[in-house]
Write a protein of this length. Structure first.
Lengths: 457, 102
């Protein structure tokens, strides 16, 4: 094969027209993974599973929604018979007895799993550096981080090591690495996609999404994986209330603050202009409680982390608690502290109340606009080790992404070019709960308007 | 706002069943203190008459029918995550000790 396809549609059409075979696709992606080993994007390569699936697809070529889509799963997704570590030494040799709903649904729809991607251990981090198996590098500049926690998934798609990848987004873990790596990253509404078989981080915030080169591709995946499976009682078939009026996009002033990189700011405003040129009205809005989002997030999230990581006792699976890395230990302790006797009201209950205020902010704004445009992170991809020694600085990298999780709304990170150092730039769109269709429509409109053509480093 | 003390860190580590080394305690104490300082900013927010939120899509108790599900993993699969088994059971560390007078 001379070039690899950039979209699910191209892949399908190529296979159905017999321009290339599924086995050739797997050959090509595996050789690209081998050539890009230094990125450390993968923890496990599932070549046998991939070839088996490719041959099965070829023996009975039919028009499946994800026919031949080569996917890399974040190593938080359980895969039956294939090691799943959460990038933690605690689960270093854990081989699950069943697969997560998302993995199973994608496989049934014709996707080929090529391997499991690196991430911050237990999905704790914004840079990928908290992996217990060494950090992933940014494919555009190996001295920089790819973002996190879904570091390997974003890097894999950006470098063409898989066509698409799955991820989890608890406070920005899909949108931020997508932004740092120059690919599309999609976080659905809380409860739109089943979390069954995905290692839990923070149960009132976790949402399950994906990476691709185009908005159309993450939409296709969403349509395959969404909806109840009977194993996650938070999943509902939410109905979006799309009125047929003209779209309005809000620009929240609290997201354009001191410390926002000039080139990042300019790229978001340029993207807004693209929407305006398409006849979409831009509205200045205010989300006054934005400044408290990080505080709320770093109370609610560690509290739920401390509870979810309580199950790792080294008895039924995995190793003992001594093998937790530094960040997991920090979050377990922080979470245990804010839940402990005498502090619960001051921290956890208070945070849940301020969370209600944040939700009110967004509900009010969505009376006036259909979507919000904002930067994803205050800066482009920062350097490896730049923030690793200071956990608080690392936490602040999540400042523009945590609100969508606390409020439970969907978000879409879209690439929009490169800065003067050739690092990716982009923006995010947020919409009301279960209004994924608004995000897809706007995202596709943007990519069409700028004649977006994905490229590899 | 009170910063954390070494006693706080040890207490919390015990609650969370984490064995920390002296070096870890030395490292975590200032880090956790600065994070707790930061999040204490929330004290300033007026939350009088505001209800707490723990579920964002408005679900309350979700029930399913009391039906028997036939798909389930078998005993071998349930034990496949560990090599510490005995006669089809998980082997766990002892939590009780023998009587000292026997």
């Amino acid at each position: 094969m001379n070039t690899i396809p950039f979209t699910i549609r191209e892949t399908k059409e190529g296979l159905l027209a017999k321009k290339f075979s599924a086995v050739e696709l797997v050959d090509e992606y595996l050789s690209r993974i081998e050539k890009n080993k230094d990125l450390n994007a993968f923890l496990t390569i599932s070549d046998e599973v991939a070839y088996k699936k490719a041959k099965e697809l070829e023996s009975n070529l039919e028009d499946l929604p994800l026919l031949g889509t080569v996917v890399a799963h974040k190593d938080l997704f359980l895969t039956e018979g294939v090691r799943t570590t959460a990038a933690s030494k605690v689960l270093e040799s854990y081989v699950p007895a069943y697969s997560s709903t998302v993995v199973e649904r994608m496989e049934k729809a014709g996707a080929i799993m090529i391997g499991k991607t690196n991430c911050d251990a237990w999905a704790h981090g914004a840079s990928g550096e908290n992996s217990d198996f060494s950090p992933t590098k940014n494919p555009w500049n190996k001295k920089h981080v790819p973002g996190g926690s879904s570091s390997g998934s974003a890097a894999s798609v950006a470098a063409g090591l898989s066509l698409v990848a799955t991820g989890t987004d608890t406070g920005g873990s899909i949108r931020e690495p997508a932004n740092f790596c120059g690919v599309v990253g999609f976080k659905p509404t809380y409860g739109a996609v089943s979390r069954y078989g995905v290692i839990a981080m923070s149960s009132s915030l976790d949402s399950i999404g994906s990476f691709g080169h185009t908005v159309e591709d993450v939409e296709t995946i969403f349509n395959v994986v969404k909806g109840p499976d009977g194993f996650d009682s938070t999943v509902t078939n939410g109905q979006s209330l799309i009125t047929n009026r003209k779209f309005r996009i809000g620009i929240p002033k609290e997201y354009f603050i001191d410390g926002l990189d000039r080139e990042v700011e300019k790229s978001v405003l340029t993207a807004s202009q693209v929407f305006k040129d398409n006849g979409i009205e831009l509205v200045d809005i205010s989300l006054p409680n934005t400044k408290y989002a990080i505080d709320v997030y770093y109370i609610v999230q560690p509290a739920e982390v401390s509870s979810n990581l309580g199950r790792y006792d080294g008895i039924r699976y995995g190793n003992g608690r001594d093998l937790f890395g530094a960040e997991a230990k920090r979050r377990i302790m922080l979470g245990t502290y804010v839940l402990s006797a005498g502090y619960y009201d001051a921290y956890y209950l208070k945070a849940q109340k301020v969370r209600s205020l944040l939700i009110q902010d967004f509900d009010n704004v969505f009376e006036k606009v259909d979507a919000i445009i904002a930067p994803v992170s205050p800066t482009p991809a920062f350097k490896l080790e730049e923030k690793a020694a200071d956990p608080l600085q690392m936490y602040l990298a999540d400042i523009f992404t945590v609100s969508a999780n606390l409020v439970g709304i969907p978000g879409l990170a879209v690439p929009s070019g490169f800065n003067s150092e050739n690092l990716p730039l982009g923006f995010q769109l947020m919409a009301p709960r279960f209004c994924e269709s608004t995000l897809f429509e706007l995202g596709k409109l943007y990519q069409k308007s700028v004649s977006y053509v994905p490229k590899l480093p | 706002m009170a910063r954390l003390t070494k006693a706080d860190v040890l207490h919390v580590a015990r609650l969370a069943k984490l064995n920390l080394t002296d070096n870890e305690i030395k490292k975590f104490l200032p880090q956790l203190s600065s994070i707790v300082d930061y999040i204490s900013e929330l004290e300033k927010v007026d939350t009088k008459n505001i209800e707490p939120t723990s579920q964002t899509t408005g679900l309350t108790n979700v029930f399913r029918g009391d039906d028997i599900k036939l798909s389930s993993i078998d005993q071998n699969k349930a034990l496949s995550g560990t090599d510490k088994t005995h006669n089809g059971y998980f082997k766990v560390p002892a939590i009780l000790e023998g009587r000292s007078d026997k």
